[in-house]
Design a protein around this ligand. Structure first.
Ligand SMILES: *Cc1c(COP(=O)(O)O)cnc(C)c1O
Length: 376
């Protein structure tokens, strides 16, 4: 009997030269959170994102958000406006700082932060409490959020934006790379992301000085002295030179990875659009998504579950869309500005297998099961 292999939602996909860079780290004994791969990976990312950007590679995307909040001076009692429809790591660092997340719901055309609700929330908070310290907006599943609109509101009220581009390296917005669109940006190289270092992230700033401050904070905040001298609290958040070697190899194939993920989306869309009960998230004019994960929105919770369970039966991984933060038990006491859109997506939406390493047989296996489920 032919045994079928498991199909994952999004699995690591090495390009070939990662091991060369890792071996170099071993050969030169740079087995530390500094070294030529760290600098080289930062240069690669800077080249990719554009020269105006300065990049600090860190141990995770979550660490990058945490450092970004510190650079903006977010501290105890402050409020930070955060997209509700996201992974919890967008919001958790707000709590690490003793600050309070205020969640903002999504809009239908990008599934990301609604600019309209954002402005309503800002006005409300200024009137009732005090001005929020920062805005965290997310390019979810690789689809850019409405950066022009969000930046315009942020500018009007003078609130800095942190761009959570953890899922959107390789996406762009009117030709500008995601990760470089706001005051501070972050990306992630976790194992499931579009490129990976097994675990890792980066903070993107608009000045060398801010980058240096991020490096200082993420390497234990050592003052300039022969002994260990500290005048602020530091973190151990720098990326290892070994892992940065994987990142350098991955940067050589990032365009291929984006193309492969977009092909997955095109395949699913071309073959599933005949079902009127299934909707896809299209790119608005000027938006270019890396299609990190192809998502579908079904007609109902029941239909979504039927598809998910049928896929599971065949050892195929799929997953409901992110559960919005305002509906998470851990954030139940947080303020939120909602419109029902993210809850509707959570109840009816499904993430389909989307790895850049899926082959035609894998995609057809997924397709056949969905087709059979919808016909029966
Ligand atoms: C993965 C992810 C993060 C966190 O990145 P890590 O590198 O896993 O810490 C943050 N935000 C979003 C939207 C993510 O998907």
């Amino acid at each position: 009997m032919l045994t079928k292999t498991k199909i994952y939602l999004s699995s690591p996909h090495m390009g070939g030269s990662e091991q060369k860079f890792v071996n170099e780290a071993f050969d030169t004994n740079w087995i530390a959170p500094l070294g030529p791969n760290v600098n080289g990976f930062e240069e690669d990312l800077k080249d990719y994102l554009g020269d105006k950007n300065h990049v600090a590679v860190l141990s995770s995307g979550t660490a990058a958000i945490h450092i970004a909040l510190q650079l903006l001076g977010v501290s105890k009692g402050d409020e930070v406006l955060c997209q509700s429809f996201t992974f919890s790591a967008s919001a958790n660092p707000i709590v690490y700082q003793g600050a309070k997340p205020v969640f903002i719901d999504s809009e239908t055309d990008t599934w990301n932060m609604s600019p309209e609700l954002l402005e309503i929330a800002i006005k409300d908070r200024i009137e009732k409490y005090k001005k929020p310290k920062a805005i965290i907006a997310v390019h979810l599943y690789g689809m850019p959020y409405k950066s022009n609109e969000i930046n315009a509101i942020a500018k009007k009220y003078e609130i800095p934006v942190i761009e959570d581009s953890a899922e959107a390296l390789g996406s762009n917005y009117f030709g500008k790379k995601c990760g470089s669109l706001a005051d501070l940006g972050i990306v992630s190289f976790n194992g499931n992301k579009i490129i990976t270092t097994s675990g890792g992230g980066a903070l993107i700033t608009k000045s060398e000085q801010l980058k240096q401050k991020a490096v200082f904070l993420s390497t234990q905040a050592r003052d300039d002295a022969p002994h260990y001298q500290h005048s602020s609290i530091g973190f151990n958040y720098r990326m290892s030179n070994v892992l940065a070697g994987i990142g350098r190899g991955q940067m050589e194939v990032i365009d291929d990875r984006v193309n492969a993920r977009r092909r997955n989306y095109d395949f699913y869309k071309a073959n599933l659009s005949k079902h009127h009960s299934i909707e896809f998230l299209e790119e608005p004019h000027g938006f270019f998504s890396n299609r990190w994960i192809t998502c579908i929105k079904t007609e109902s919770y029941e239909m979504r579950e039927k598809i998910r369970l049928a896929l599971q039966e065949d050892d195929i991984e799929s997953r409901p869309l992110w559960k919005p933060m305002h509906a998470q038990p851990v954030f139940k006491d947080c303020l939120s500005f909602t419109n029902g859109i993210s809850e509707d997506l959570f109840s009816k939406g499904l993430c389909l297998p989307s790895g850049s390493n899926l082959d035609q047989n894998d995609l057809e296996r997924v397709l056949n099961i969905i087709n059979n489920t919808l016909i029966s």
